[in-house]
Design a protein around this ligand. Sequence first.
Ligand code: MG
Ligand code: ZN
Length: 219
Amino acid sequence: MTKPIIFCDFDGTITDNDNIIAIMKRFAPPEWEMLKDDILSQRISVQEGVGAMFSLLPSGWKEEIVDFILQNARIRDGFREFVAFTKERDISLYVISGGIDFFVYPLLEGLIEKERIFCNGSDFSGETIRITWPHSCDEQCQNGCGCCKPSLLRKLTKPDAFHIVIGDSITDLAVAKLADHVIARDFLLQKCQELDIPHTPFTTFFDVIHFLETMEVRS
Ligand code: MG
Ligand code: ZN
């Protein structure tokens, strides 16, 4: 069997909770909730909505926001061991995240190399926080993803690769549909069941390691 390539979400997958939601709840004026509802009902794209939410926050709050996230976010059990396992077995692992560089990189510091992380960027030079989009949709996607996971899969894939997607939410669904196997929790797990996408549920990254071990036995 060909080697798997793993695409792993960040918020709610590597971390226990969603960091953008946590930041907005703590720092943003009430308008952010309308933007969140507009994204969920698909009245606006994720890119538009997330950009608008962060524009509600003054750039000068950067340090406070990063401190808040570093104190409150929790990395899911087994993630360090999971990264070590993929290295031992020479399995490609990428973190593909709709999160923002200023909290994704500090939270993953010492856990996985920066080159393996793909997320949105940020610019604090203006009055309010401006999100930048180094991985926006390719010509095959019109969803305004912001960080486009299907586009990244197309870019990072190798011939005959076995694509494994690990995720938790609606923002992982499009890339999950392109995967050979999905490792899912929460909303994404429900969707995989409903749509008959081949999948395995997980709670910790020890479950993910266990799945990869049994998969290798079968190959
Ligand atoms: Mg997520
Ligand atoms: Zn897209």
